[in-house]
Design a protein. Structure first.
Lengths: 420, 281
């Protein structure tokens, strides 16, 4: 009774399997714009005028595994890669097509230099940028310390503010992305360290760094202890588990778009050495195994067009890298984040940092140093000096092995950036 | 003496009653274990984003179809669903056609290396897929079965075979060989004896291992994400993107991932239940 059914099913399956689909489109293999709404917006709006494009956002694991498989097999279906600077810097530049002859690039020379990945030619084209900012529920504003300006907060004021919110509500309402998918390492590399030590690598174990970690402990005391599970602070802002939050602009966007009147965005706080902050850069590149090189290059060019850049901004909350006039009708999240980033970079005490560069595939280990340091000092309560001296060795080894020179705000170095 | 007997009887009745309560409580608990999360998934799928983020949670769905409509318009979701069903179906068929004979051989014949084989068949589960995916993808690209439903089903079959072999092995072992021998004396050959006597007895077990194969394939993400591009399965297509999506879409996406598998299991349940002696209705 079952067997004829099975037989029918098998032949039916075989028929369907043999009907292979035609393949004429460019495969856009990306680690960005992954959330379903963003992926949808990329497909429907950003890539609408770019011809046949199959936009496939992936987790980092499958993304790099598939790419490596195609490079190793010597033929592939990926046309264009979209990823963060860190993803590209972990790759062999030989595997990416040189893109200098396209005449494309970002308005920022710093970004273009980063995109060369240590070679003489552009290995990827900067595609979009973002940063990390602060966001708060308007209910928290009445607890701001006397004399504090929300657009020019210091770390001390932030701690005081969070403490008085905690006193008023009985709950710790500062939120920090310390979850497994959270971007906490960028907070230490681009915000805490530059603000307190005016460096990241050179000053890793300095006396000023000890002060920075002491402040981090004070901040943690008024931080929602659930933060070790938070990776996208927009969720906790919306559920009001958190009133004051630090996160990536696109990971706060949901809160502003769903309840624009309830939240404010503002710059990251400042420390004794200024207001440290860091950009996030995503780029587009072409692997050497791309099946249709011309179509891939056309797609890269499409991504850099001003109107595509604005469509990308609406879709992903990542800002343009080329000079464009922003329209007035942008979503609330973009307006809020744009204003906060502009205030942050224009502030008198701005101390902008750069993304770690020249670390190659050691980028993950570099981040690990900061995450481990945080976990040992703040979560496990180990003595600060001892932990820094210990982690310093790992950091120095990574810098020596990669030979990466210092990047801002560290003072420039000859050869590998020293850990002092 | 009489009093003592009544006490004993009553004691026995009480104990039976208590046992019954424990039994009912256990049944309720087990059902709740499975049904409550599914119910919450359903409520949140049918709620507006504001309600999903609100606290306390509601217990009655408000039938807001916003989240589901979003997925209905999500490009490629139907193709992905079709691919998932095809891959899982192929996996099911291949793992049974390969696994069941192996299980039969293990239980009926003695051959050298039998114990080793039983051990080795488990080894396909010993290596994590992220480790295997790279060489597999390279090989698939070279052989030309990259990005096909058949190629992915092959990988999933490899994952499902240990279960198919071991489940069918214990099934066949549970059926006395005398039954088969009796059939042979009554004019059956090996094949017809298997077909007429053994197969009806093991069918529920085979269904169980088929469901296992189906679910293994349905849930697998990594190989699917690496080995398919045009022909993505639903899990590869959705699951990777859900962890970074807003909460209400996570619920709706989860719902969409769970429901087809539930429907499938519901459809084949009668073969499954027959395994525990409930008549095949």
């Amino acid at each position: 009774m079952l067997r004829p059914k099975l037989a029918g099913a098998v032949s039916g399956l075989a028929l369907l399997v043999s009907a292979a689909s035609a393949q004429a489109e460019v495969l856009f293999w990306s680690t960005q714009a992954k959330p379903v709404e963003e992926a949808q917006a990329m497909r429907e709006r950003v890539l609408a005028g770019a011809g046949e494009v199959d936009y496939q956002p992936n987790d980092a694991g499958p993304w790099i595994t598939r790419l490596n498989a195609e490079l190793e097999a010597g033929s592939g279906s990926i046309g264009v890669l979209g990823a963060l600077h860190g993803d590209f810097s972990a790759m062999d530049p030989e595997d990416l097509v040189n893109l200098g002859d396209l005449g494309l690039g970002s308005a920022s020379d710093t970004f273009n230099d980063l995109a060369k990945l240590g070679t003489d030619d552009l290995q990827y084209i900067p595609w979009m940028q973002a940063s990390y900012i602060m966001a708060a529920n308007k209910k928290a504003l009445e607890h701001l310390p006397d004399g504090a300006d929300i657009n020019a907060l210091t770390y001390d004021q932030l701690i005081e503010w969070s403490a008085s919110v905690m006193e008023a509500t009985g709950e710790a309402k500062f939120g920090f992305p310390a979850g497994p998918q959270g971007l906490k390492h960028r907070f230490f590399q681009g915000y805490l360290y530059p603000s307190y030590t005016n460096g990241v690598v050179r000053t890793f174990a300095s006396d000023k760094a000890v002060t920075a970690w002491e402040k981090m402990r004070e901040l943690w005391a008024v931080t929602n202890p659930g933060s070790t599970n938070f990776s996208f602070l927009q969720e906790q802002l919306l559920s009001e588990d958190v009133w004051i939050a630090f996160d990536h602009t696109s990971r706060l966007a949901g809160a502003f778009n769903e309840r624009p009147d309830d939240f404010v965005a503002f710059p990251a706080p400042a420390g004794p050495e200024g207001r440290g902050f860091m950009p996030v850069i995503a780029g587009v590149a072409i692997p050497k195994t791309a099946p249709d090189m011309d179509a891939a290059k056309a797609l890269v060019a499409h991504m850099l067009k001003p109107e595509t850049q604005i469509a990308t901004l609406r879709a992903t909350n990542f800002f343009p890298v080329v000079d464009v006039a922003l329209p007035d009708d942008l979503p609330p999240s973009v307006q809020a984040a744009g204003a906060a980033v502009a205030t942050m970079s224009a502030s008198a005490d701005a101390n902008p940092g750069l993304l770690p560069a020249g670390l190659g595939d050691k980028g993950g280990e570099f981040n690990r140093v900061f995450v481990d340091t945080f976990e040992r000092i703040v979560l496990a309560g180990q003595p600060i000096e001892a932990v820094l001296d210990d982690q310093k060795k790992t950091l120095a080894r990574i810098m020596d092995e990669t030979g990466a020179p210092c990047w801002a705000p560290d003072a420039p170095s000859e050869g590998a950036c020293p850990v002092e | 003496m009489t009093a003592a007997t009544t006490d004993l009887v009553e004691g026995g009745a009480n104990a039976r009653k208590a046992g019954q309560y424990v039994y009912i409580a256990a049944v309720v608990l087990l059902c709740a274990w499975v049904l409550v999360p599914l119910y919450f998934l359903l409520i949140n799928t049918l709620s507006s984003p504001e309600t999903v983020n609100a606290y306390p949670k509601r217990f009655i769905p408000e039938f807001d179809l916003g989240s589901l409509t979003f997925f209905a318009n999500f490009a490629g979701i139907l193709t992905a669903l079709k691919n998932s069903v095809l891959v899982a179906g192929l996996t099911m068929i291949m793992s049974i056609t390969i696994g069941a004979p192996a299980g039969y051989a293990l239980s009926r014949f003695d051959f050298r290396g039998k114990e080793l084989f039983r051990l080795l068949v488990l080894l396909t589960r010993a290596f994590p897929l992220p480790l295997l995916a790279l060489p597999l993808a390279v090989m698939f690209i070279r052989v030309g079965i990259d990005d096909t439903i058949f190629g992915l089903a092959l990988v999933h079959t490899t994952l499902a075979i240990p279960f198919a072999v071991l489940i069918t092995f214990s099934l066949f072992s549970g059926i006395p060989i005398e039954l088969e021998e009796a059939a042979w004396t009554l004019g059956c050959n090996r094949l017809t004896a298997f077909q007429k006597v053994i197969l009806p007895l093991v069918l529920p077990g085979i269904t169980a291992s088929a469901i296992f194969a189906f679910v293994i394939s349905w849930n697998e993400v990594f190989a699917a994400a690496v080995l398919t591009i045009e022909n993505r399965t639903l899990t590869a297509f959705l699951l990777q993107n859900l962890d970074t999506s807003p909460l209400h879409l996570k619920f709706a996406g989860g719902f969409i991932l769970v429901v087809p598998a539930l429907i499938f299991i519901f459809a084949v349940r009668k073969y499954l239940f027959a395994m525990w002696g409930i008549a095949n209705r």
